[in-house]
Design a protein around this ligand. Structure first.
Ligand SMILES: NC(=O)c1ccc[n+]([C@@H]2O[C@H](COP(=O)([O-])OP(=O)(O)OC[C@H]3O[C@@H](n4cnc5c(N)ncnc54)[C@H](O)[C@@H]3O)[C@@H](O)[C@H]2O)c1
Ligand SMILES: O=C(O)C[C@H](O)C(=O)O
Length: 325
């Protein structure tokens, strides 16, 4: 039996966590042979609801769960954490953009960045899910000067998975047959789901779909999918967001087997001339617990325009929270 690892999850009584925690506990994230100690963070008004979640976790009698800690203090929840999934923050409602949440949520990530810096394992792998995820991740990273910036990532995997699913449906194939999809930039309406290198059943996607569908249907559908779910469900995506978080962390920890994934990462040293002080989604492969940028892709005029637009938005978000970083 492996030694248990510590998995901290914030917003643990919320919608996403209600799916996420149970999947982590079942071994979907780190493997069926990896015991976990769950370290669950909430704010004081939600601690009672969190106790209900813990009762349900206990009632599952998960073989891999070797301890459950609950707290409203990030210094306790992040103590020696090997993995930290920062979910806790307000979701947007109808008619809002994710960046409208910066004022409400940004400050959460200064406190949590400091607490990670002071308490977590030096190798902690951090995934920011709470919106606006990229800029919240930048805030947390900047408030954790003793941790390697490479430890901080933002979730773009939901956008990546949404793209693969849309392509599979359009080409009458299956999402597992779609490879080399890239979603660049911000988890927002400016994100750029790019099919230039993507293949389906080994053949170029761009030969299988027409450009009009790509530009006028596919890209806006992926960009607006979060808003479409809010409109339909009356609440933001939760189970699919949890599933994407599981995919992101699993691949980072256990490897992506050469498959490309999209992750929001610190842009310093990137090979696509993107501003070097952002959390920007790039094409990534993961191996031996490390992520690596896919380099050397040719960038055409349309791609450059789309990549610049999402970069500009991220620069604007950063300016809006400059006092927090
Ligand atoms: N990056 C993505 O792809 C993606 C996808 C879906 C949702 N999200 C975002 O994830 C966040 C959570 O969504 P949800 O549906 O679970 O929301 P929710 O409102 O159901 O749950 C959020 C939980 O966070 C808790 N919380 C608030 N402040 C906290 C703090 N300082 N410390 C710890 N916990 C705190 C709340 O008490 C609540 O229980 C939202 O910001 C949402 O927009 C991101
Ligand atoms: O759209 C939202 O606000 C929730 C989430 O970021 C999503 O993409 O579903």
């Amino acid at each position: 039996m492996k030694t248990p690892v510590r998995v901290a999850i914030t917003g643990a009584a919320g919608q996403i966590s209600y799916s996420l925690i149970f999947r982590v506990a079942a071994g979907d994230m780190l493997g069926k042979d990896q015991p976990v100690i769950l370290q669950l963070l909430e704010i004081p008004p939600a601690m009672e609801a969190l106790q209900g979640v813990v009762m349900e976790l206990n009632d599952c009698a998960f073989p891999l769960v070797h301890g459950i800690i609950t707290s409203d203090d990030p210094n306790v929840a992040f103590k020696d954490a090997d993995f930290a999934l920062l979910v806790g923050s307000r979701p947007r409602g109808p008619g809002m953009e994710r960046s409208d949440l910066l004022k409400a949520n940004g400050a959460i990530f200064t406190v949590q960045g400091k607490a990670l810096n002071d308490n977590a394992s030096k190798d902690v792998k951090v995934l920011v899910v709470g919106n606006p995820a990229n800029t919240n991740c930048l805030i947390a990273m900047k408030n954790a000067p003793d941790l390697n910036p490479r430890n901080f990532t933002a979730m773009m995997r939901l956008d990546h998975n949404r793209s693969m699913s849309q392509i599979a449906t359009k080409t009458d194939s299956h999402s597992t047959k779609v490879e080399k999809m890239v979603v660049w930039g911000n988890h927002s309406a400016t994100q750029f789901p790019d099919i230039a290198n993507a293949t389906v059943d080994g053949a170029p996607v761009k030969d299988a779909v027409d450009n009009d569908w790509y530009v006028n249907e596919f890209i806006p559908t992926v960009q607006q999918r979060g808003a479409a779910i809010i409109k339909a469900r009356g609440a933001s995506s939760a189970a699919s967001a949890a599933s994407a978080a599981i995919d992101h962390m699993r691949d980072w920890a256990l490897g992506s087997d050469g498959r490309w994934v999209s992750m929001g990462v610190f842009s310093k040293g990137n090979s696509y001339s993107i501003d070097e002080d952002l959390i920007y989604a790039l094409p990534i492969t993961c191996e031996n617990g490390e992520w690596k940028e896919v380099t050397g892709l040719e960038i055409g005029e349309f791609q450059q325009k789309m990549m610049n637009a999402t970069e500009e938005e991220l620069k604007g978000e950063k300016e809006a929270v400059i006092d927090l970083i």
